[in-house]
Design a protein around this ligand. Structure first.
Ligand code: PGA
Length: 326
């Protein structure tokens, strides 16, 4: 497994809203930002500081206790499988059978995105434990739009989610930020949840523009959508998608915390806390647990590895890496 290492401005430098050392956080869901000088702390203080840095700050009055503690956000772990343009009736029958017999951790929202033509087959054979996502939807109401699928049709056939803004739609098909934002708004209006993808190209990362690109894509969603209630953000660096070059847990965490900070500053503290920010790009059964340990990684969007039921189940069950050992 290759790792790409190109540096970014530390996300902490972008964080203007966090609290001072010793103060309570401004809102639950983001960890404390300031590091105390360990030389000035007693052993006991150092111990508790260390524990605190690994456990999310929990406000019992605002979040349910789910037994998962290494999460900065308050949302439930979320894993989506993006099957892209893959599969046949037979291969999908096998994949569904493997998923139906897999043992999945209960504390995870699980979604799969089959190609449109197989949605009905999957919907009628897959366990209700797993919800269905479409991989795209039209910008508005259906009608004379050859080749398109409307949000109304997706809900009619039992879809609960739609993946929008995926890099393959942005960079291969040519969809722009505003078009994607409008699609998101329309889909939400039809009661679909939206997996809203963002992510930078390799040259953008190398030019130091990762945050700029991601924030611009986020802003297009924010400008268009009436509410973030049914949105999951998928950070998918384009250089990591389908390449085997997964982002390191630190690289992913750095962008996730910056995205959460952006939401706090530009939308609201509550939205920043409760919106799931999932990572996508060469996630597999071997690397998901290390990624899942990062506190701002609230799940995954998985391409290639979601086509193997056992691997996808392992990725779903990596939620256990978030649980602090008793
Ligand atoms: P990958 O794809 O896991 O095959 O890299 C992820 C995605 O495109 O969502």
């Amino acid at each position: 497994m290759a790792m790409v290492s190109t540096s970014l401005t530390p996300a902490s430098q972008l964080s203007g809203h966090k609290s001072a050392a010793g103060s309570p956080p401004l809102f639950s869901g983001l960890r404390r930002s300031s590091k105390l000088d360990s030389a000035s702390l007693s052993t006991t203080q150092s111990f508790f500081q260390s524990v605190n840095s690994h456990i999310r700050i929990c406000s019992p009055s605002t979040r349910p206790c789910r037994g998962i503690v290494a999460m900065a956000g308050t949302g439930k772990f979320f894993v989506g499988g993006n099957w892209k343009c893959n599969g046949t009736k037979d291969s999908i029958k096998q994949l569904v059978s493997d998923l139906n017999s897999a043992t999945l951790e209960p504390d995870v929202d699980v979604v799969v995105g089959p190609p449109f033509v197989y949605i009905d087959q999957v919907k009628s054979s897959l366990t209700d434990r797993i919800e269905i996502a479409a991989q795209n939807s039209w910008i508005g109401k259906g009608g004379a739009f050859t080749g398109e699928i409307s949000a109304e049709q997706l809900t009619d056939i039992g879809c609960k989610w739609v993946i929008l803004g995926h890099s393959e739609r942005r960079h291969v098909i040519g969809e722009d930020d505003q078009f994607i934002g409008k699609k998101a708004a329309y889909a939400l209006g039809q009661n679909l949840g939206v997996i809203a993808c963002i992510g930078e190209l390799l040259e953008e990362r190398e030019a130091g523009k990762t945050f700029e690109v991601c924030f611009k894509q986020l802003k297009a969603y924010a400008d268009a959508v009436p509410s973030w209630d049914n949105i999951v953000i998928a950070y998918e660096p384009v250089w990591a998608i389908g390449t085997g070059k997964v982002a390191s847990p630190e690289q992913a965490q750095e962008v996730h915390v910056a995205v959460r900070d952006w939401l706090a500053k530009n939308v609201s503290a509550e939205v920043a806390s409760k919106t799931r920010i999932i990572y996508g790009g060469s996630v597999n059964a071997g690397n998901s647990a290390e990624l899942a340990k990062k506190e701002d990684i609230d799940g995954f969007l998985v391409g290639g590895a979601s086509l193997k039921g056992s691997d996808f189940a392992t990725i779903i069950n990596s939620v256990t890496a978030k649980k602090v050992a008793a």
